[in-house]
Design a protein around this ligand. Structure first.
Ligand SMILES: NC(=O)c1ccc[n+]([C@@H]2O[C@H](COP(=O)([O-])OP(=O)(O)OC[C@H]3O[C@@H](n4cnc5c(N)ncnc54)[C@H](O)[C@@H]3O)[C@@H](O)[C@H]2O)c1
Ligand SMILES: [Zn+2]
Ligand SMILES: [Zn+2]
Length: 347
């Protein structure tokens, strides 16, 4: 089969590799019908994720069709249309039992294994460990082009942003960074009845998208960002401030937008230390949360997509075939210049 193979920082190739095959009785093999690229894949290609070694097939998001089933698998059969989420879970370890499969202990001690610790989904076929407890059947009313965004971006914005930040009816919410993840947070704040959702970004196209995704106000990053957001909340600051970029300055911005007693929900993946002004923050009674997505909200989100409450398909702005993988990466990497959000890649 063909797959996108990582060959060290800055190097990747769509090339011939052995077909994915069952290794454990709890595995299935899935033919990938739709995949996409995540910001994290770009981090890997920059050499930021040391655990990804040369020869690894990239990608941790897919919708596909089961082609082979291990002998212990009872919940799936060949021909089933399934969502392969970014997180794999055994269902039995201490963290899975706590509803926190992001830290599933079974494969390498972390739930994110595709395109990280084992071969990933930017391939014609992929081996899925612990299939019974990890895969989701895609309901008939949900298309592949919708389901693909439930593998990572949508659950991340919802779980690590909206749920961790404890958005409640009437709340004012700021979202710093309106990429796929920030927009997913914006899209799902509505489910909890936020009264005002303020999107903050450097990119005008993303801010236009934010309004389409349910933001009530947008602020283009500049010297007066914090003052503008505070003014939009009658001088109080927001109830929940969500960070969805992953830089020290954006976390500091998110922290300076929150009212006393509010929540700061950091979603961004950080590569460097962040110095927080604790001398100002301690007296504000604020909460700061952070973490890796669990993807446990997928069943809820699938229902919301099926019923039309979440227009997940709006995330996809560009489509490519497997043979155009390099082009897909180029467009995604230069998202601002290409007015791109997420790319949809199919055979
Ligand atoms: N915690 C998790 O489990 C998890 C899962 C997936 C992704 N992530 C992380 O979430 C973050 C967002 O992911 P994404 O896929 O949406 O990335 P993205 O690159 O598509 O979006 C980031 C957005 O931030 C904007 N931005 C850049 N600099 C800014 C600044 N100074 N101020 C305001 N906005 C700025 C960009 O214009 C862009 O719209 C990344 O750090 C990613 O690694 C975390
Ligand atoms: Zn991802
Ligand atoms: Zn587990």
């Amino acid at each position: 089969m063909k797959a996108l193979v990582y060959h060290g920082p800055g190097k990747k190739a769509w090339e011939e590799v052995p077909d994915a095959a069952i290794q454990e009785p709890t595995d299935v093999v899935v033919r990938v019908d739709t995949t996409t690229i995540c910001g994290t894949d770009l981090h890997i290609l920059q050499g930021d994720v040391a655990a990804v070694t040369e020869g690894r097939i990239l990608g941790h998001e897919a919708v596909g069709t089961v082609t082979e089933v291990g002998e212990a698998v009872t919940g799936f059969a060949a021909g089933d249309r399934v969502l392969v989420p970014a997180i794999t879970k055994c269902g039995r370890c201490a963290y899975c039992q706590r509803g926190m499969p992001s830290h599933c202990q079974t494969v390498g001690g972390i739930g994110w294994i595709f395109g990280h610790l084992i071969d990933g989904t930017q391939a014609e076929t992929v081996r899925v460990p612990y299939a019974d407890t990890s895969l989701y059947t895609v309901p008939d009313g949900v298309t592949n082009e919708q389901a693909i965004f439930l593998a990572d971006s949508l659950p991340t914005g919802y779980e690590v942003g909206v749920l961790a930040g404890q958005v409640r009816p009437g709340d004012t919410v700021a979202v710093v960074g309106a990429g796929a993840v920030g927009l997913s947070a914006i899209l799902t704040t509505g489910l909890w009845g936020a009264s005002k959702v303020i999107a903050i970004d450097t990119n005008k196209f993303r801010l236009e998208k934010a309004l389409e995704f349910g933001a009530t106000d947008v602020v283009e990053v500049g010297p007066a960002t914090v003052a503008e957001v505070i003014a939009l909340t009658d001088g109080l600051g927001v109830d929940v401030s969500i960070e969805a970029v992953g830089y020290p300055e954006t976390l500091l911005t998110a922290a300076s937008l929150v009212r006393p007693g509010g929540s700061i929900a950091n979603i961004g993946v950080h590569g460097t230390p962040v110095e927080l002004p604790m001398q100002d923050m301690w007296i504000q009674n604020v909460r700061l949360t952070m973490g890796l997505v669990d993807t446990v909200s997928i069943p809820t989100l699938l229902k919301m997509v099926a019923s039309g409450r979440i227009p997940a398909e709006k995330m996809g702005t560009h489509s490519f075939t497997f043979g155009q993988m390099d082009e897909a990466y180029d467009v995604f990497k230069n998202a601002a210049a290409n007015s791109a959000l997420k790319v949809v890649i199919t055979p």
